[in-house]
Design a binder for this molecule. Structure first.
Ligand SMILES: *Cc1c(COP(=O)(O)O)cnc(C)c1O
Length: 519
């Protein structure tokens, strides 16, 4: 046993790996070693296991060390940089037919891939709504990949941990025991599945076999700030996105309840069948929150399914300070959200929570001979994840969530969420004080939209954002508010501090000035 364990000193410092059996192996920079992955046995059969486990161990440990160093030093790197043509040329190769050493391949990863990543690890990345990941999440992913479990079903630790996450989510969202949960890729998928469950609840599960022909025309309601995935879910469900009513919002970006009620009435009078109200807890453009409590009332009064898209905002439920902002979410029939956004679990980890597990199951479960359940053994278990969504084979996403919650505790995640909102408030203040920029939407959570004050001929918002990206200084993004392109900072990263906001405001001002001089 002893010889199998390697105590790794920081190879960047020591240049060696100390084995606990007393051997010291020099640390090789990637590219020196060349193990083939396969080793033909006497009978000519080969496997894909390493031919030299020691070398594999050594190279892998060193690669992990370099990645840890990458994470540790993320602030010293550009937020983003384009891969130069030379790098792209080296990546665009014919299909590899023969083996290479693992050190070679990892060396290519280090040189050709790692430097040209999205940038969302960096504290100055504020584009879109991206989670920042954690070093611990990376380790969880690696361990999960090691077990390589198929978590579509069956009786093993993978499905058990997924059930445990569901228990925790019921607890935090105040959902009853009968609720069910499912890991999916992201909130786009979670919202789509939630919509399918709602559709089947409205039309009856017959719709699974008979299709929509002959059924009443369904229609759904969401604010006009709703994420585009809801319209796509309407398309994919066969209901049609023409039957998604976009309800206007008030100045804070929250759905107008009076208009919601009026639209429902109008559609009923027109012979349509309202079936679904989608509330947004944290809109993608400006971080607005719909009046969830009142939407729940309207949904209940009209017997409509109430789904909440809480992609990032739902996890504000973890914070006692922020929870009142999304009050009413506990009344949803289903919630879609992402652990990969505000919980910083490595991509991807979307999640669907459904209040009535039986209704959820009826939308997807099927009796396939090869998925027969047993009383005991590996095929035991009542509800498997494959009964709750379209995926059969699926990975162990639950582990990285379990790991994240176990290691940090939910309170630390809540504090990071709160500090993002404080940073957004601070950025708003700095921009208002600057005179050079105007805040373009109310800052409710962690998103700040703003625009450069145009002293003619000033640089426009798009050019400022592009220039910040290209220089590697920061990565805000662009969105359209009332048809106008504005700069959008979604502060999601647990690494972002007020000093980062100060630096960002300075970079922004410099960039605007430089562009003004050029133009
Ligand atoms: C990010 C986001 C989505 C989509 O989630 P994915 O995980 O990217 O599929 C949906 N709604 C809102 C409000 C979002 O912010």
């Amino acid at each position: 046993m002893a010889g199998k364990h390697i105590a790794v000193q920081d190879p960047a410092i020591s240049g060696s790996l100390n084995l606990t059996n007393g051997n010291v192996l020099p640390w090789h920079p990637a590219g020196r070693m060349s193990t083939t992955a396969t080793r033909p046995a006497k009978d000519g059969f080969e496997s894909l296991d390493p031919s030299d486990w020691n070398e594999f161990r050594q190279v892998s440990h060193a690669a992990l060390d370099r990645m840890i160093e990458h994470l540790r030093s993320i602030r010293t790197q550009p937020v983003w940089q384009a891969a130069p043509d030379g790098v792209l040329d080296r990546l665009h190769t014919p299909l590899p037919r023969s083996a290479r050493g693992i050190a070679d391949v990892i060396g290519e990863f280090d040189q050709l891939i790692k430097p040209y990543a999205t940038g969302n690890l960096h504290p100055a990345f504020m584009g879109w709504v991206h989670g920042a990941g954690t070093p611990a999440g990376m380790v969880a992913e690696m361990l999960a990949a090691g077990l390589n479990m198929n978590c579509g079903g069956r009786n093993h630790a993978g499905t058990e941990i997924e059930k445990q996450i569901t228990c925790w989510m019921k607890e935090v969202f105040g959902f009853p025991d009968r609720a069910s949960g499912l890991f999916v890729t992201g909130t786009s998928m979670a919202n789509f599945l939630g919509l399918i469950v709602a559709r089947n609840a409205a039309l009856g599960t017959d719709v699974r076999s008979k299709g929509l022909a002959g059924t009443p025309q369904l229609c759904a309601y969401a604010s006009n700030g709703v994420h585009g995935c809801i319209a796509r879910a309407m398309q994919m469900s066969g209901i049609g996105s023409n039957f998604l009513r976009l309800v206007p919002c008030d100045e804070a970006g929250a759905m107008r309840i009076d208009l919601l009620e009026a639209l429902i009435e109008e559609d009923r009078a027109g012979g349509l069948k309202p079936f679904l109200v989608v509330g947004t807890a944290g809109s993608v453009d400006i971080g607005a929150v719909d009046p969830l409590e009142r939407m729940a009332d309207v949904a209940a009064a009209n017997r409509l399914w109430f789904h909440v898209d809480g992609a990032f905002g739902a996890l504000a439920v973890l914070s006692s300070k922020l929870r009142p902002l999304i009050a009413g979410i506990e009344r949803a029939d289903s919630i879609g959200f992402d652990f990969h956004k505000w919980a910083h679990v490595p991509y991807d980890a979307g999640y669907l929570l459904v209040k009535d597990g039986e209704t959820h199951k009826q939308a997807f479960a099927a009796a396939n001979a090869y998925l027969t359940r047993a009383e005991t053994g590996l095929a035991a278990g009542d509800v498997w994840p494959c009964d709750l969504g379209p995926d059969l084979s699926r990975g162990f996403r639950a582990l990285k969530v379990w790991f994240t919650l176990q290691l940090f505790g939910a309170d630390a995640l809540a504090r990071c969420i709160e500090q993002n909102c404080r940073a957004a408030g601070y950025l708003e203040q700095r921009l208002r004080a600057s005179g050079a920029f105007s805040v373009a939407a109310p800052v409710k959570l962690n998103i700040v939209c703003f625009t450069v004050n145009s002293d003619n001929p000033g640089p426009d918002n798009r050019r400022i954002v592009e220039s910040l990206h290209v220089s590697g200084r920061a990565a805000p993004s662009i969105t359209l508010l009332n048809g106008k392109a504005v700069i959008r900072c979604a502060i999601v990263n647990h690494r972002t501090t007020l000093a980062d906001i100060d630096r960002f405001v300075a970079d922004l001002a410099d960039t605007a000035r430089e562009l003004a001089i050029e133009s």
